[in-house]
Structures are given as C-alpha cells and as structure tokens.
Design a protein around this ligand. Structure first.
Ligand SMILES: *Cc1c(COP(=O)(O)O)cnc(C)c1O
Length: 396
C-alpha cells in the first residue's frame, strides 16, 4: 500500500463530516451525529454560530493578514480584553496550543535570564500531562507514545507525578525555572488537580522564586464554567497558555503573563508570522463577546451540573460498564470499567454520539458550551442505549 496523501499519523474513523449545525455534525451521506466532542473542546459555541461566522466573514473581506511588522488595532483590542478579564498584563498570540505552551516556557526561561539567573532553566511538569506535539512540549511529558523515536528531546525538563506535592517540591533545585501544569488534565483523563496541589505549587513557587505556568489550552476559556480553571482554585498564575476554545474553531492560541513574568520578553525575543493576524483576532473577539456576556459562565456551570447529575443517574443502571463521573463544568469524564476507546467507537458508529477517548479509560464529554436541555436528554438517551448494546471486551 502506498502512503496516503494525508500523512497517516491519525487512526481516522469512518465519520466524515461535511457540515455542522449547532451541536450537530452532518456526514457525507446526510447522517447526523450529536457532537459532544466539539473538535476536542474547540467548538465552544458549536458549529456555525452566527456571531462567530459573521465576524470571520466580515474580517476576511476587510483584512485578513498583514504580519506583525505593523500596528494591530484588532490585536490590541483582544489583548486588552483578555488583560481586563484575567490576572494577566500582557498577551502573545499564537496559532495553536503547542505554540502557546512554547511561548510560556520561553517566557519563564527568559524571566530568570533577565534576573541574572540563566541557570534556572528547568521546568517541572507532571505525569500523563499533554502539552502539545512540538519538540519542546513533548519534552515536558513522560508519555512514551509521544516521545519514542524523537529523541534527543530538549534538556531542562523533569516529570513528577500529578497531584504529588511532595514530589514536586523534591524536584525543585537551584536550576528550576517553574512548574508547568494543567489545572484539569484533559488527554490524561479529565483529572482535576487537587486544591492542595495547585495551591501548594503556588506556595512553593513563591517561596523559591519560581514561576507557576498553567496549561489551560483545554480547560480554559469557559470550559469549566470559569473563564480560566485556575479561578476555581483561587490560585493566581504567572503565565497561562490558552488555545482550543479561544478561537471557537479558528486556529488561535495565546500566552498570557503578568508584567513581572514577561520582563524578559523584549523586542526581538519571540515572534510568529501569522500569530495575532486580523482574522484570528476577529474570531477571538467574537468568542469573547459571547463568553463574557452577562450570565454566560453561570449558565455553563448550571448546564454542567445538570449534565453531570444526569450522567451520575445513569451509573447504577449500567454499573457493569460505568464507574464514575469526574471533571468540572462542561469538561466531564465518564470513567469506564474497561477500555474507553471501544465504547467511544460504539457510541459513534451505532448511536450517532460523538465523544472523545482519554487516558485512564475515560470517555471525555465536551459538548458545546451553549447546549440546551434537549441536547442533554439526547446525549443521555444515546449513552444509555449504547451501554445496553455494548459488550465490554474481555480483558486481555
Ligand atoms: C490540545 C492541547 C495542547 C496542544 O494544542 P495544539 O493546538 O494541538 O497544539 C496543549 N495542551 C493541552 C492541555 C491540550 O489539551
């Protein structure tokens, strides 16, 4: 077999969407899927949201790209809104999550360099983390499937167990620049950090002069019912990487930082040809119009509560398969008593329900943030039918 024109790095399934309408995806033959995957937490307002579509259409016809050689009224406006809504004083725009994490790592190293401590370069990250697929970001994970064959990776990373505060503290030495952590692990299996852990990292960072870098690429941008998940923990970070939902489907990421943490990022130290172009900024501004509208976050929290309660009610009826529900807001995980990949495929192929498999036998449930009760009911019906018709494969 010759190699496929699309480089075969993904095990693509038979769903071939050609159109989307709100929480529904429509395939080539007109078949409909309830989309509780949202392009992996990207389509935060579902498909074809009129405000986002109109903003992108208008901006595309007005001005798409000019490069960062010129002033950017569109970028200044979006950065100002993010600064006003968060801990941050300054923002760098990227085209993806991995680039946002790269910028976060570079910002942290430059901070210590600017302070006259260039030896403080080591980033402590955590087990089963996912930070992206660049060489830098795979160096910050311990997952062999992402690392094997790409060595040598970047030096200056140490991975310790997630939610293990003592382990994190023990990994700190005179070369440490900071901690890099997802407040709620996504790919790892919708695993929230404990309060003690995240608050403890903040305390250690303060005591030892380190930076707390949060990867909120998946859990940020209203997914948990808060603009950023760290608000749930009462923890103020120094640097945050954002992407996925921030563009609602348009490729956009952002690295947010305090003025102090960004002190090394002076002219010439970083850049991106596309990053922050007017089209991306229009998408980001349109998303913030909706996410920051009065009542929106509150509604995500309430919808999340109702979906979670409905999922919890399902468990006793299908306790051969379902173990527990975890997560925050509309970033929910249904832990199974067996392989979640097979069940995700079964839901997709036999019941028209799209979810995403994650680590630790978890089915990730990531609906658009603006779903209604009818969508919850539809999801629960399909999940329940799926559980009844599913044969858990015998353990190998
Ligand atoms: C998806 C993801 C990334 C990588 O984002 P890309 O846009 O694929 O580069 C990084 N961190 C987390 C937590 C993610 O979920």
């Amino acid at each position: 077999m010759p190699i496929t024109p699309l480089m075969p790095v993904y095990p693509r399934c038979g769903v071939r969407p050609v159109r989307g309408e709100g929480a529904w995806l429509i395939g080539e033959r007109g078949e409909r899927y309830l989309d509780f995957a949202s392009g992996i937490a990207v389509n935060a307002l579902g498909h074809g949201h009129p405000h986002l579509v109109q903003a992108i259409q208008q901006q595309a016809a007005t001005l798409m790209h000019v490069s960062n050689l010129y002033g950017s009224p569109q970028g200044e406006a979006l950065a100002q809104r993010l600064v006003d809504a968060t801990f941050a004083d300054t923002v760098f725009f990227t085209n993806s999550g991995a680039e946002a994490v790269e910028c976060a790592i570079k910002t942290a190293r430059r901070y210590h360099f600017a302070n006259g401590n260039p030896e403080r370069h080591k980033i402590v990250s955590f087990g089963n983390a996912f930070h992206g697929r660049t060489l830098g970001t795979i160096s910050a994970t311990n997952q062999p499937k992402m690392r094997d064959g790409f060595e040598p990776l970047l030096p200056g990373f140490e991975v310790v167990a997630f939610n293990d505060l003592e382990g994190a503290e023990a990994a700190v030495d005179e070369t440490t620049a900071g901690f890099l952590v997802e407040p709620v692990q996504g790919e790892g299996g919708i695993l929230p950090a404990t309060r003690d852990f995240l608050q403890g990292l903040r305390r250690i960072a303060d005591e030892r002069g380190l930076l707390l870098i949060l990867d909120e690429v998946q859990c940020g941008m209203a997914r948990t019912g808060y603009l950023f998940a760290h608000e749930l923990y009462g923890v103020t970070p120094d640097i945050v990487a954002s992407a996925k939902g921030i563009g609602g489907g348009f490729p956009l990421g952002a690295c947010l930082a305090t003025e102090e943490a960004a002190k090394g990022m002076v002219i010439g130290t970083h850049g991106s040809t596309y990053g922050g172009n007017p089209l991306a900024m229009a998408a980001g501004n349109a998303m913030l119009d909706v996410l920051l509208a009065p009542g929106f976050l509150e509604q995500v929290r309430q919808t999340g509560e109702r979906l979670r309660a409905s999922l919890e009610q399902l468990i006793p009826n299908h306790d051969h398969l379902f173990d527990s529900v975890r997560g925050e807001g509309l970033m929910l995980g249904l832990k199974l008593k067996g392989d979640s990949r097979a069940f995700v495929a079964h839901l997709r192929d036999e019941h028209g329900l799209l979810t995403v498999a994650a680590g630790d036998n978890v089915v990730r449930i990531l609906p658009p943030l603006n779903i209604e009760d009818s969508h919850i009911a539809e999801c629960i019906e399909r999940l329940s039918a799926g559980a009844r018709s599913f044969q858990l494969p015998a353990a190998a």
